[in-house]
Design a protein around this ligand. Structure first.
Ligand code: SF4
Ligand code: SF4
Length: 139
């Protein structure tokens, strides 16, 4: 008997609409995120910090330009894709979805990449299976 192994595309496929990169706030970068971004940009830490980061006390975030993340480009989307923070890679499959259907509905409303055809229960069942196989699920 063949067990159906779910794929990420069963519940999500990014349309690259860019909505999640818009707004006046952005995610914070942990130490690994900072290193990954520095490596991707092939600049020094100081150069990356000056050009791309907003640092408040110990919190490092990406700068916001014209109401979107500094790395977002209208035609190209995320211009630091391989070097993006883990929270960007995780979106929209935030663990809070599994805790509360309202979180799912709110996220689904803002993200057209989420499969709009399946129920909350179906979505959660597939997401749990994916997470069991891959704890570091990145979209
Ligand atoms: S994750 Fe969702 S909101 Fe963000 S670009 Fe992809 S489809 Fe759009
Ligand atoms: S790093 Fe990339 S994916 Fe993350 S908010 Fe900026 S443009 Fe969007």
């Amino acid at each position: 008997m063949n067990e159906h192994i779910p794929r990420l595309s069963d519940i999500f496929s990014c349309t690259r609409c860019g909505y999640c990169c818009q707004g006046e706030t952005t995610v914070s970068l942990n130490a690994e995120d900072q290193q990954r971004m520095i490596a991707k940009l092939e600049l020094s830490r100081e150069q990356v910090a000056e050009k791309y980061w907003r640092i408040t006390d110990n919190v490092v975030q990406m700068k916001i330009v014209d109401h979107h993340c500094i790395f977002y480009h209208n035609d190209e989307g995320c211009t630091v894709h391989e070097g993006r923070p883990w929270r960007c890679g995780q979106w929209p499959l935030h663990p809070s979805i599994l805790a509360d259907e309202n979180n799912f509905l709110t996220i689904r409303e803002s993200c057209p990449g989420i499969n709009q055809e399946i129920s909350y229960q179906q979505f959660c069942a597939i997401l749990k299976q994916l997470l069991e196989h891959n704890q570091q699920l990145r979209c």
